[in-house]
Design a binder for this molecule. Structure first.
Ligand code: FES
Ligand code: FES
Length: 159
């Protein structure tokens, strides 16, 4: 069955017709063309497909596109600044060596963004909790936790 829906992605409004079985992840990547959001497990286990829905991190592989009708969605592409400059969280990931293959990175960064939007100075346990449903197969978590702490300092004007 087809549905007409409106997705507000990174401040742009998209009016599209989607099959009721299409996931939000499929629509973001294949119909909108924003491939920064990654598909890895496609069953809710890895966090790589995380986007923000009205400011909350959600697994876009586990959500139907029709459920996001009318909602505000932020993807990794929406974080870049003017002239595609890095967002402070992206900058912190680079500086901390928290990226290798980069496949998991957009998901971690979106969860970090949700955390730092509501908690400007998270402690290590709070950071671990915010990324607890994410899997990284190559960098390891120490650098990622460090990067999120560093991002908090950059955003707070401390670094
Ligand atoms: S691709 Fe969605 S949780 Fe793994
Ligand atoms: S950097 Fe490769 S999976 Fe995390």
């Amino acid at each position: 069955m087809k549905h007409d829906i409106v997705l507000k992605i990174n401040n742009e409004t998209h009016r599209i017709t989607v099959d009721s079985r299409r996931t939000l992840l499929e629509v973001i990547r294949e119909e909108i063309g924003l491939t920064g959001t990654k598909e890895m497990c496609n069953k809710g286990d890895c966090g790589s497909c995380t986007v923000l829905l009205d400011g909350r991190p959600v697994l876009s592989c586990m959500m139907l596109a029709v459920e996001a009708d009318g909602k505000e969605i932020l993807t990794i592409e929406g974080l870049a600044g003017e002239k595609n400059s890095l967002h402070p969280i992206q900058q912190a990931f680079v500086e901390s060596g928290a990226i290798q293959c980069g496949y998991c990175t957009p998901g971690f960064i979106m969860s970090a963004k949700a955390l730092l939007d509501k908690n400007k100075d998270p402690n290590v346990d709070e950071i671990k909790n915010a990324i607890s449903n994410h899997i990284c197969r190559c960098t390891g978590y120490v650098q990622i936790i460090e990067a999120i702490g560093r991002a908090a300092k950059i955003l707070g004007g401390v670094e």
